[in-house]
Design a protein around this ligand. Structure first.
Ligand SMILES: O=C(O)CNC(=O)[C@H](CS)NC(=O)CCC(=O)C(=O)O
Length: 277
């Protein structure tokens, strides 16, 4: 496997799907012009706004998001991760009427679906800044373990979404299943992000001796909702290779398979595990 460039996109999504997809394409084009072969979009890339509006529009958002990912992956001949968008729950029964899965989708260069993951951990948290988040009001938690897409060319790509990053067992599962590049697409809050975001990403990278690619939302989405930004790529030693800061843009870094092998030799902690819970 040769080295290649990966990009973590940082954008400010709002409640206008077409505008968001146009912004996403601009940033993808920027990344491709700089040589990226794997491009990752954050959670809520196609819609970030009122939860009720999201529920109402979920069929349209899902269709437009999937079509966009397929078209753009083919157009630019890249691997493209859509880091999270709502997909209505099929055959919903009893309490699940009208709910959706927060879905991440990885698409290949020919527009083929490579992996799909439904966010397992839902963000139901009251923050001290007065904001309350109740993701489970509109979203159903996924019940299938996250996938690892095994690729000769790009490494073994493990999927996750945002709040999942606080649950190290999910990433241990991914690395147990061969993952050495971990995706953490996010819309982290400004409040939690300033203290937790980078630390959590570096921890997941170090403890799994894996690359972490973390695209992010940034700035104000609604008058009350602000995201932390700092889309980044972390190497398997925990070093931040690229950080998009607090503006719209892309974080680009080289993924080197030889570096994964080298660090796993230098720090063989994955081989020294004795404890299982
Ligand atoms: O609210 C929306 O509009 C869309 N949903 C999200 O952005 C998701 C679920 S609420 N956000 C997170 O998971 C933030 C996690 C986080 O910030 C942390 O773990 O600290």
């Amino acid at each position: 496997m040769k080295s290649y460039l990966a990009a973590a996109v940082q954008m400010t999504s709002i409640s206008d799907v077409d505008k968001n997809l146009a912004q996403a394409e601009d940033l993808i084009q920027l990344a491709v012009n700089r040589g990226a072969e794997l491009v990752c979009l954050p959670e809520n890339f196609s819609f970030l706004g009122d939860e009720m509006e999201k529920t109402k529009l979920s069929t349209e958002i899902a269709e437009k998001s999937e079509k966009f990912l397929i078209t753009i992956a083919q157009r630019y001949q890249i691997l493209l991760l859509g880091g999270g968008f709502p997909v209505p729950v099929a055959n919903s029964s009893n309490g699940n009427q009208g709910k959706m899965y927060n879905t991440a989708l990885l698409i290949g260069r020919e527009g083929e679906e490579l992996a799909r993951y439904r966010k397992m951990h839902l963000f139901d948290v009251n923050l001290p800044d007065g904001n309350t988040y109740q993701e489970s009001a509109t979203v159903l938690a996924g019940t299938e373990s996250p996938p690892v897409y095994v690729s000769e060319k790009y490494g073994n790509l493990g999927l996750s979404v945002c709040y999942d990053v606080r649950f190290p067992e999910l990433y241990r599962y991914l690395s147990n299943n061969g993952a050495n590049v971990l995706f953490v697409p996010a819309a982290f809050t400004a409040f939690t992000g300033k203290d937790h975001w980078q630390v959590l990403l570096q921890a997941r990278a170090i403890e799994n001796t894996s690359y972490v690619i973390a695209p992010a939302q940034v700035g104000m989405h609604t008058p009350r909702r602000q995201s932390h930004g700092h889309a980044m790529i972390v190497d398997p030693w925990g070093i931040v290779l690229a950080d998009a800061g607090d503006r719209i843009g892309v974080a680009i870094a080289e993924i080197q398979p030889s570096r994964i092998d080298q660090i796993r030799r230098q720090m063989p902690s994955l081989q020294h595990r004795t404890f299982s819970c």
